[in-house]
Ligand binder design. Structure first.
Ligand SMILES: Cc1cc2nc3c(=O)[nH]c(=O)nc-3n(C[C@H](O)[C@H](O)[C@H](O)COP(=O)(O)O)c2cc1C
Length: 200
């Protein structure tokens, strides 16, 4: 059986956040399964999430050489079998640094368009949501986010196997047993990546 490369990219300003704890569970789970891991901690590596002119796509030049930071990151993504992106939901979207990472790295000729060659076949977006599932459902925020991430980004890059999983109520509204609540959220994250690994 060939090795399965899974890239785990995450964004949170604090390394003692719930997001960080979830990432650590995901890493443990994938290591136990024998995945080959590529971990990207956008904040700690000081990733610049602003797309400047050097990384602006040139629609007439799909073979454009972008900045070294972008080229190196893109190669890491293109050789992965799957990417798992872990983030706190901010304004029903990605944190700016992660949006900027996608803007820059999932670039024209690299992850989409031109004659790009990527082996990437699955994406999992794991978003930690402060609000409850009921609040999301009330205004279809989950549908909206899935449309943006699964269709607008992954689908646009030709990856049909993309799924947004929201871990709800991180702010623990009306939760009596807090440790149990967080254990459940962490368990959900482990299940998501285990199923992903088995699918690959
Ligand atoms: C700038 C900002 C925007 C947020 N927007 C949302 C939101 O749109 N929907 C939501 O459910 N929670 C929102 N939250 C709450 C975060 O999702 C919540 O703090 C996070 O899931 C908790 O995980 P953490 O402890 O790792 O930060 C927001 C928090 C911040 C700081």
């Amino acid at each position: 059986m060939s090795e399965k490369i899974i890239q785990v990219t995450w964004a949170h300003p604090r390394s003692d956040s719930l997001t960080a704890a979830i990432v650590s569970d995901i890493v443990d789970e994938l290591e136990d399964l024998g995945a080959s891991l590529d971990l990207i901690d956008l904040y700690r590596e000081g990733f610049d999430g602003t797309l400047g002119t050097a990384d602006e796509p040139d629609w007439d030049e799909p073979a454009k050489q972008y900045t070294q930071e972008v080229m190196e990151h893109a190669v890491r993504t293109m050789i992965a079998d799957a990417v798992v992106l872990v983030f706190p939901v901010w304004w029903f979207s990605l944190p700016g640094i992660m949006k900027g990472y996608i803007d820059r790295v999932w670039n024209y000729g690299l992850l989409y368009g031109g004659s790009h060659e990527s082996r990437l076949k699955a994406v999992r977006w794991i978003g930690l949501a402060g609000l409850t599932r009921t609040s999301f459902r009330k205004r279809d925020y989950d549908v909206m986010m899935s449309r943006q991430l699964d269709v607008g980004i992954a689908g646009f890059c030709g990856i049909e196997n993309s799924r947004l999983d929201l871990l709800y109520n991180t702010l623990a509204d009306e939760v009596e047993d807090l440790p149990m609540h967080y254990r459940e959220l962490r368990g959900q994250a482990r299940t998501i990546v285990r199923q992903l690994f088995e699918e690959l």
